[in-house]
Design a protein around this ligand. Structure first.
Ligand code: NAP
Length: 332
């Protein structure tokens, strides 16, 4: 049964990563009392990042979970509220106010929305991948690395995530073999140097994993050399997959404009194609995807939403007093 909240929120923020909590901080400081929905993972991807070394202000780096806590506390200090729920449905067709429904069966209305739902790990989509999820297959070294103490693990991918997480996994694993589909890494030079100098790490180039095999737990992977076509069986107990991300935009399909890869399209004020619906962070940024850039985009969205609400304050007030159900005329 749906539980309807009759209060109309000024701002609902969908997603609690760096972009979401930064937007919340700015909206909260403008006294808009934003309501932040966490989604399944409070803090998003940074919450499962062992250490962030490239966010300015932290000379020695900072742990991802600690960073999330700071972002949340800072936004809440000014009146942001955090709701541990997953937004499963939105209706932008006849608002604002818009309707937001959550997986726990609650329904909310809001004069404006900021979408900061981020992205999720891309899957290899090979046999065995889903069967052995949590039984040797993982998308998060920080979360699962400790289970592989003294074990032999495989990392798939050649970008920053694969190399950074591979290095992290050497804390626990006896050996980390990185399987990459090309003969050159995509990762930043500083990470490459660290990985090449790490005695526990080795590289299998021009190769793709075609199947994950086991019996209850992962036992081996079938690897094909893309140049020779040769197939090898490599014994391993863990397969960590870091081959990029896909934007969490499925609930907005058909309502907000998306690019071909599913990222939300925004303008330079973080506006989507629907007035009063903004977006920030990785959900609208397939290129930069850093905590620092997400924070910047969250700042812009928080400021943009504040201007929007300020411009329409009189109309919103009149609308509320009249108990009207007619949408407010959208601002530009
Ligand atoms: P990414 O940069 O897109 O790299 C994905 C890697 O997976 C690439 O090496 C790619 O190969 C490979 N790949 C993609 N699809 C594959 C498939 N189907 N089979 C096998 N391999 C496949 O993703 P990411 O490493 O997650 O990084 C995402 C963004 O976050 C980047 O902008 C990155 O700079 C950033 N990031 C930054 C840091 C940091 O600054 N410390 C840490 C983590 C992530 P190809 O190289 O052949 O395309």
């Amino acid at each position: 049964m749906t539980e309807t909240n009759n209060n109309i929120e000024k701002v609902i923020i969908i997603g609690s990563g760096p972009a979401g909590f930064t937007a919340a901080l700015y909206a909260a400081r403008a006294e808009l009392e934003p309501l932040v929905f966490t989604g399944d993972q409070l803090g998003g991807q940074v919450a499962i990042t062992h250490e962030v070394e490239n966010y300015p202000g932290f000379v020695d780096g900072i742990g991802g979970p600690e960073m999330v806590q700071i972002f949340q506390q800072q936004a809440e200090r000014f009146g942001a509220r955090t709701e541990f729920d997953f937004v499963s449905e939105v209706d932008f067709s006849d608002g604002p106010p818009f309707t937001v429904k959550t997986r726990s069966g609650k329904e909310y209305k809001a004069w404006s929305i900021i979408v900061s739902t981020g992205a999720s790990p891309r899957q290899l989509e090979i046999p065995g991948e889903n069967d052995f999820l949590g039984r040797g297959v993982s998308y998060c070294g920080t979360c699962d690395g400790a289970f592989f103490k003294g074990k032999d693990v495989i990392v798939v991918g050649g970008g920053d995530s694969a190399i950074e997480e591979g290095i992290f996994l050497t804390r626990y694993a006896s050996r980390v073999r990185v399987i990459h589909r090309r003969a050159e890494l995509r990762a930043k030079p500083i990470l490459q140097t660290r990985a090449f100098n790490n005695e526990k790490m080795s590289f299998i180039w021009n190769s793709v994993v075609e199947e994950i095999v086991g019996d209850g737990l992962v036992q081996n992977v079938k690897v094909r050399n893309v140049e020779t076509g040769e197939i090898d069986t490599l014994e391993t107990e863990g397969v960590f997959i870091f081959i990029g991300h896909i934007p969490n935009s499925w609930i907005f399909k058909g309502q907000l404009d998306l690019d071909d890869a599913g990222y939300l399209i925004t303008d330079d004020h973080m506006r989507t194609n629907i007035a009063a619906v903004f977006a920030a962070g990785e959900i609208q940024d397939p290129v930069w995807r850093q905590v620092a850039t997400c924070v910047g985009q969250g700042t812009m969205a928080g400021m943009a939403v504040t201007h929007w609400i300020e411009e329409l304050e009189d109309q919103i007030k009149a609308h509320s007093e009249a108990g009207s159900t007619t949408p407010v005329a959208a601002g530009d």
